[in-house]
Design a protein around this ligand. Sequence first.
Ligand SMILES: *[C@@H]1O[C@H](CO)[C@@H](O)[C@H](O)[C@H]1NC(C)=O
Ligand SMILES: *[C@@H]1O[C@H](CO)[C@@H](O)[C@H](O)[C@H]1NC(C)=O
Ligand SMILES: *[C@@H]1O[C@H](CO)[C@@H](O)[C@H](O)[C@H]1NC(C)=O
Length: 177
Amino acid sequence: MASSASSSILLLFALFAAVATASHHHHTRYMHLRFYNHERILGSGPNATVVYAVERTISSTGAGFGNIIVYDNLLRAGVETDSPIVGRNQGMGVGSSLAQNSGLTNFQLVFTAGEYNGSSLALQGLFPVAPLGTVFERAITGGTGKFRLARGYLLTVEVRSTNTTLTGQLDAYITFR
Ligand SMILES: *[C@@H]1O[C@H](CO)[C@@H](O)[C@H](O)[C@H]1NC(C)=O
Ligand SMILES: *[C@@H]1O[C@H](CO)[C@@H](O)[C@H](O)[C@H]1NC(C)=O
Ligand SMILES: *[C@@H]1O[C@H](CO)[C@@H](O)[C@H](O)[C@H]1NC(C)=O
């Protein structure tokens, strides 16, 4: 039991190491981290990881003007639903577009395993209503723990959807100067 726990922790480190690249150039450190956001979508039943806090405008996308959603999604190392959990994506989205084609998200990635356990990244930016496969960008505005003074950007692309789930690939590009 102890050895299976420690081997799964080793696996986690290996997964992180495989996707993380860091380099040092004149006191500037760069980092690329990849993980997967596992969401149980709005309206998918009692286990949804996204809920309405305010439903001002009925819309099929959640991006109705004036709406507020709150979410707590799992971050996993891979796209499969049984891949190791590395943290959580917790935050909110506001229907901030009169055209109802995007929402303003404000969220944090909280790491709960691996090398970054206990650290977090703070982010914000527009989440477009767009087809699966569309890449969009949001800002990394800060962080805590190993991500103190972090800045950068997050590229997101939704890679898989079912009638109850949506899985997105998140690529975080981080610098610390
Ligand atoms: C919700 O989660 C519980 C606990 O894991 C599970 O027993 C139940 O089947 C789930 N319900 C749905 C609709 O997925
Ligand atoms: C993450 O850190 C917390 C607090 O130090 C600890 O209790 C927990 O066991 C760690 N989790 C993993 C998977 O290492
Ligand atoms: C989702 O699709 C499955 C079949 O793939 C079906 O059994 C289930 O009832 C559907 N759920 C909803 C909420 O539409």
